[in-house]
Design a protein around this ligand. Structure first.
Ligand code: PEP
Ligand code: MG
Length: 916
């Protein structure tokens, strides 16, 4: 970075009804500094903020660019700003009669709670402490403040910022804490507040000599040296270990830098007419429109955070099980509460959002120390957005932008109780594949899951990976945990479709035997039947049964109001991936406007699939066309019923039915008993049947005999399905019902394949109209775009397609050459090394796969401007990917039922972001 000119302003003052900065200057002043300036200086607020000044983030970037030094005239600017504080407070820094004490705190653009350092009570030394005793008349308080300063200073400035190794592996703060505890033990007291002034004075002395002895540095007596040292330490903590790790997780750029706020100290621990507290302008847990907060009498902020004393509620609305019997601030200090209440209201109206505030009352006088936009959970976010819109505090666009799309999932699924989660033990972490929470007893096979569940047990199915044969157990389990697999592995896909909690790719677990697994990271062994809990939204696995919390969408008025705004805003349709009438019904409830992917093969998995699956196997294993045809005729009854029921449930909305996709060998039984039954049915020996099974084997089935290739090799399979679709639709039309099937051909690479299949469709169409004696069955014919070639050949593909639906699971697999089922093995390393920003199977790779999509759409629409375009890969339910699809001009996205609200919201936000 270039050296700044000397005249640049690095220090921004606030206080006394004025401020150099304001709320819009977060990049320069950090969030905290900008809000302090706003609260102090804005004409509508002018709140009692202790005066102070902010050193800008540019000082931080200068500091790091110039070998931890400062711009030349910085100290002069600090001195000037300090004298402003002195004037406003009527006290002097370092004055032995009435010393001004100050705090030094960090404040980045984005809040990084607890990740950087703070030093309080700066300005105290052996001389000024006497002045503090004089002015407060409280020797105990003065020495308590002094010992806190020595402790913080030794820890933060001398040890951490000085880069000193902790003494014998134990930091100076810990050693000092031990000293404090042993003194309390000696005096036979429990609380710090029970120590006498003499005790604290003794501690100050001891802390100072410990600093000298262990850190080989003297505690600086000069207030100015203390101040400059503390500022350097806070800038230094921007690159501390905790801050670096937090920035990595939160993706906060390293070059933003932190600002530093220097502010006059006010004390909540000056006796029983003082207190300190935190609050929210609305309840962050449920969104209720009440001031919500807690406080501690005779305490400093760090005492509230430390959790050694139970904070009291500010008002009746803030009471909880622990604080029910404690005195509210409203009762304890009615006048100050009234002032505080009016300030919090003012702040919320000013910022037009829920605020998180910190306050202190010093000897009966109220100060506001901080305000920022308050964090809230999904339930609260929706309620606050809907309420604020109703209260005319925000407009519809703002309301829609206030909820993160994934937060809606919290409203739909039972979740792990956040309070209980905080005190539960994490035993492993995997990829969060299916959201919500689940609690159950660990079982290690699908059969056991089904068997235990039939006895009324709640189980969690733990597997290395799952396959279609596990579906029954998966369905009956509360949740699924797998050690392998990625976000679109079988387990993840199926679980998400059901809205079931699921964690995949949890490589820390090792299933060592049928009845136990070992968790390598924690060294823990989980036996069959042991209780475990999963948080499918974060990927954490907990030991024991952590309580769940249920939510009921039907009852949620705020959700209904909020989603109305969402639907009014969005322009892109939202369909669902559903394979059964039950799924379709569920999807309608969540707001689906059609089915974007009906995977026909799903009727051969899970409950009730036994007989159709047997017929399918008969068809696959048939030795000649005639046998195959017989099996297909038997099968068509089931296929037609399934399709007809689903078309009916969808009440005239589009239903995109995909022709059979997976390689046939996936359906072949592997156990001898089933093979024997099949051989008997087909009238062949087990040996012959086994040879036919072997013939189906492929080295790379994902790139093998699947998708449209099956329909080319066995046109009779296509014919049976098309007939089932058209007859089902025709019959519904004859019964006076509306229906809109779309026939979709999977895994295509060329228009010739589409033409080949279309010939079958056209013939069956004519035959069906004739058979049912109707003129017309409305339907569309189109293709999935799942191979890079299909996207590149968009223009010619569109010649024989009414629609394209991007199958981005396969498209991602084929574009990257990453197996969608095995990515769990190498993806974590890619993410860790930042080789990829995220899992491309979960969030669309916009610059690679996305480019293919863009090309496909452009070329397709150049041939057929009205070409309908959608997406039905798993990305259709991922908020960022949905927004990208909007920008590509797609007509709809399609996703699993439980993700529909997420997709609706993301689509609406894309419109607003576009406008901006
Ligand atoms: C896809 O490939 O994106 C798709 C939807 O099909 P499937 O996941 O069934 O392969
Ligand atoms: Mg596919």
């Amino acid at each position: 970075m270039a050296t700044k000119s000397k005249s640049q302003k690095y220090v921004y003052s606030f206080g006394g009804g004025k401020a150099d900065g304001n709320e819009s200057m977060k990049n320069l002043l950090g969030g905290k500094g900008a809000n302090l300036a706003e609260m102090a200086g804005h004409k509508d607020l002018k709140l009692p903020v202790p005066p102070g000044f902010t050193l800008t983030t540019e000082v931080c970037t200068y500091f790091y660019a110039h070998g931890r030094t400062y711009p030349e005239d910085l100290e002069k600017q600090i001195a000037n700003a300090l004298s402003e504080i002195e004037k406003l407070m009527g006290k002097k820094f370092g004055d032995v009669k009435d010393p001004l004490l100050i705090s030094v705190r960090s404040g980045a653009r984005k809040s990084m709670p607890g990740m950087m350092d703070t030093v309080l009570n700066i300005g105290l030394n052996d001389e000024t402490v006497k002045g503090l005793i004089q002015t407060t008349g409280d020797e105990r308080f003065a020495y308590d403040a002094y010992r806190r300063l020595v402790m913080m200073y030794a820890d933060v400035v001398i040890e951490k910022a000085g880069g000193l190794e902790p003494v014998k592996g134990v930091g100076i703060r810990k050693l000092m804490e031990e000293k404090l505890q042993s003194l309390k033990k000696e005096r036979d007291v429990k609380l710090d507040t029970e120590l006498s002034a003499a005790d604290l004075k003794k501690l100050v002395k001891e802390f100072k000599s410990m600093t000298k002895k262990f850190l080989k540095v003297e505690f600086p007596e000069k207030p100015w040296d203390q101040l400059i040292g503390a500022i350097g330490a806070v800038f230094g903590s921007w690159n501390g270990k905790r801050a670096l790790e937090y920035r990595k997780i939160e993706k906060i750029p390293d070059d933003w830098g932190t600002a530093v706020n220097v502010q006059a100290m006010v004390f909540g621990n000056m006796g029983n007419d003082s207190c300190t507290g935190v609050g929210f302008t609305r309840n962050p847990g449920n969104g209720d429109h009440h001031f919500y907060g807690e406080y501690l009498v005779n305490a400093q902020g760090e005492d509230v955070v430390a959790g050694t004393r139970t904070p009291a509620p500010v008002n009746d609305f803030s009471k909880n099980d622990h604080s029910r019997d404690l005195m509210t601030l409203q009762k304890f200090m009615p006048q100050q509460f009234k002032e505080l209440d009016s300030m919090q209201k003012k702040l919320e109206i000013h910022y037009r959002d829920m605020q998180d505030i910190e306050f202190t009352i010093e000897k009966g006088k109220l100060y506001m120390l901080q305000c920022r936009v308050g964090k809230r959970n999904g339930v609260a976010a929706v309620k606050i957005a809907a309420d604020m819109y109703r209260e005319n505090l925000i407009d519809a666009d703002t309301a829609v932008m206030r909820v993160a799309p994934n937060q809606l999932l919290e409203l739909l699924l039972p979740m792990i109780d956040p309070d209980a989660e905080k005190i539960s033990k994490v035993i492993a972490k995997g990829l969060p594949a299916g959201p919500g929470g689940a609690v159950g007893r660990a079982v290690f096979s699908s059969e056991d899951a089904a068997e235990w569940a039939s006895r009324g047990e709640k189980v969690i199915l733990v597997r290395e990976e799952t396959s279609p044969e596990d579906v029954d157990g998966m369905h009956k389990a509360e949740a699924i945990l797998s050690s392998k697999g990625g976000m679109t592995s079988h387990a993840a896909l199926v679980a998400r479709g059901w809205g079931k909690c699921c964690i995949v790719g949890c490589s820390e677990i090792d299933i060592v035997a049928k009845e136990k697994m070992l968790i390598t990271a924690s060294g823990k062994t989980v036996h069959e039947g042991d209780w475990i809990s999963l948080n499918g939204t974060t990927g954490f696995v907990y030991e024991g049964a952590v309580p769940l919390k249920a939510t009921d969408l039907h009852q949620n008025k705020s959700y209904r109001t909020f989603m109305k705004l969402v639907d009014k805003t969005r322009t892109m349709g939202v369909r669902t991936n559903a394979d059964t009438p039950e799924d379709a019904e569920q999807a309608l409830y969540f707001g689906a406007e059609g089915i974007g992917l009906f995977r026909t093969e799903h009727m051969f998995y899970g409950e009730g699939s036994e007989f159709p699956l047997f017929l399918l196997r008969k068809m696959i294993m048939a030795g000649n066309n005639e046998d195959r045809k017989t099996a297909l005729d038997e099968l068509s009854v089931f296929v037609k019923k399934d399709i007809r029921d689903t078309l009916e449930v969808m009440q005239g909305n589009s239903v995109t039915i995909r022709l059979l996709d997976p390689p046939l060998h996936e359906f072949v039984p592997h156990d001898r008993a089933k093979l024997q039954v099949l051989a008997k049915e087909l009238g062949v020996s087990l040996g012959i049947l086994n040879r036919r099974v072997l013939a189906l084997h492929e080295n790379n089935p994902m790139l093998g005999h699947r998708g449209v290739r099956l329909g080319i090799s066995y046109p009779e399979i296509t014919e049976m399905q098309v007939r089932a679709i058209l007859e089902a639709a025709g019959e519904l039309i004859k019964a006076g019902k509306k229906t809109k099937p779309e026939i979709m051909v999977p895994v295509t690479v060329d228009v010739q394949e589409l033409r080949h299949q279309k010939d079958i469709v056209d013939r069956v169409y004519r035959e069906t109209c004739k058979k049912l004696k109707i003129d017309k069955i409305p339907y569309l014919y189109g293709t999935m775009i799942e191979t890079p070639r299909a996207a590149l050949k968009g223009a010619s593909m569109a010649k024989s397609a009414d629609f394209f639906s991007f199958g981005t699971n396969d498209l991602t697999q084929m574009c990257f050459g990453f197996s969608r089922d095995d990515i769990g093995g190498f993806l974590p390393k890619y993410i860790e090394l930042k080789l990829l920003p995220n899992d491309p199977f979960a969030t669309l790779d916009q610059t690679g796969v996305g480019e293919l999509m863009k090309i496909g759409i452009e070329r397709g629409r150049s041939q057929k401007p009205k070409l309908e375009v959608g997406i039905c890969g798993e990305h259709g339910g991922d908020a960022e990917s949905v927004k990208f699809c909007h920008r590509l001009g797609m007509d709809y996205v399609s996703c699993s039922p439980f993700r529909i609200p997420v997709a609706r919201l993301a689509a609406a936000q894309a419109v607003i972001e576009d406008r901006k």
